[in-house]
Unconditional design. Structure first.
Length: 114
């Protein structure tokens, strides 16, 4: 599963994920997020290229968001309809903000904590 990391203006890190976040993809994603959450404070995870999100993928996303608590923010960007439905049904969209506009997502992760 391809994962590309980009640094955007304002020290925002964009993580572009594509393919299937199944058991194998979830392990790859969790490993990448673990590394990023150790050093970054503003993560934007772009799910536009993800066609399938399994429960293990949900766990990876939640673990990443939890690692950011108190020292940074993580948001999700542009999930496809099926992925957005999984996020909503599971309640993950209540734990990790979901945006469909990149400028708003960047603004959300750049907001001061508190």
């Amino acid at each position: 599963m391809p994962i590309v990391v980009q640094t955007l203006a304002g020290n925002v890190t964009k993580v572009l994920v594509s393919g299937r976040i199944d058991a194998t993809g979830a392990a790859e994603l969790e490993s990448e997020l673990r590394q990023l959450t150790a050093t970054r404070t503003s993560l934007l995870v772009d799910l536009a290229g993800v066609a399938f999100l399994a429960s293990m993928g949900l766990r990876s996303l939640v673990a990443g968001a939890q690692a950011m608590r108190g020292r940074g923010r993580m948001v999700l960007l542009s999930p496809q309809r099926a992925v957005a439905e999984v996020l909503a049904v599971s309640g993950v969209d209540n734990l990790i903000p979901v945006f469909f506009d990149e400028a708003r997502a960047i603004s959300a992760v750049g907001m001061p904590l508190g």
